[in-house]
Design a binder for this molecule. Sequence first.
Ligand code: NAD
Ligand code: LMR
Length: 340
Amino acid sequence: MSYRKNHSPVTITVTGAGGQIGYATLFRVAAGEMLGPDTPVRLRLLEIPQGVKAAEGAAMELDDCAFDLLESVDVFDDPHQAFEGANIGMLIGSRPRTAGMERGDLLEANGAIFSTQGQAINAHAADDIKVVVVGNPANTNALICASHAPDIPAERFTALTRLDHHRALAQLALATGARVSDIEGLAIWGNHSATQYPDVFNATIAGRPAIEVLGENGKNASWIESTFIPKVAQRGAEIIDVRGGSSVASAAHGAISHIKSWVSGTNGQTTSMAVVSDGSYGVEKGLICSFPVVCENGHYEIKHSYDISEFSRKFIERSVNELKSERDAVASLGLLGNAR
Ligand SMILES: NC(=O)c1ccc[n+]([C@@H]2O[C@H](COP(=O)([O-])OP(=O)(O)OC[C@H]3O[C@@H](n4cnc5c(N)ncnc54)[C@H](O)[C@@H]3O)[C@@H](O)[C@H]2O)c1
Ligand SMILES: O=C(O)C[C@H](O)C(=O)O
């Protein structure tokens, strides 16, 4: 459903609320930037015990802002309480990789978090719950979460690739001198990882094929392959390298934009969301994969009109194969609940 004309409060559960992205998200949500100026919000903040103080501090500052849209803010360390009545779940908190941790250890640690949260959402969230998973590995965490919430349609569990979409828009605008608002049809395919595929071949700039405009700016296919794709796909690592920590404000902006689009629509414009595959474009059904989507009336739809060249197919397959291997790894660890 769309909340735009609905003045009743919307309950939003934010996990990892004491962390950096949580801090960069909460105040904007309470100010109405996500659901609009007519929609009051109730915030339910979830942290692990060690993070509760930080979340309580954020809650105190939220009070001190005296936001007129903020009806309540509560802090929990129990997911079953935190997801009570949630209409929206922003699942930001996750277990970061620390020294000595293997990939399997990371998947396992996060698997435990996201299975518990999936169960809590299944048991306590509102019927119209919409979930975006931000915590990495975001796509597979969303898959685990959905698999533990058998009473909720799998379509309601999504993962964040909007940040990647924004990064791609910005790089294309920089390369062509275009305005971001003149670009349409750009899409991120696959996993929120270095294998993701930012696709310019279906994009237009001020109504003209982006490829043509790139060509006029001296940017050919080899620029796309050797500069544009790695720049976007490895931007997260570049930010970590330059900033000394992973992206925060841009990730919060991506998460807010993701929910805003899903709830209020994209006015026919394309965006990217990692959503459950319906088998479109040969992506195995059930994987949480980034696709081009449009949103309307509180729903998203995968766009089915994209031309996929051999070049694009190769990149999409590589990322989808990575999603399959993550899915197989968590399945073999017994972390997937009900098969759908
Ligand atoms: N998808 C994306 O585009 C994207 C972009 C940037 C970062 N990220 C990911 O977002 C996540 C959060 O990043 P951050 O910078 O806010 O990290 P952070 O370490 O500052 O904050 C994470 C918070 O989550 C909390 N947490 C851990 N386990 C939890 C659980 N089970 N329940 C509730 N809270 C829990 C921690 O206590 C911490 O306060 C990371 O996994 C990061 O890799 C994703
Ligand atoms: O946290 C990370 O590893 C990077 C993050 O997912 C990003 O894309 O900025």
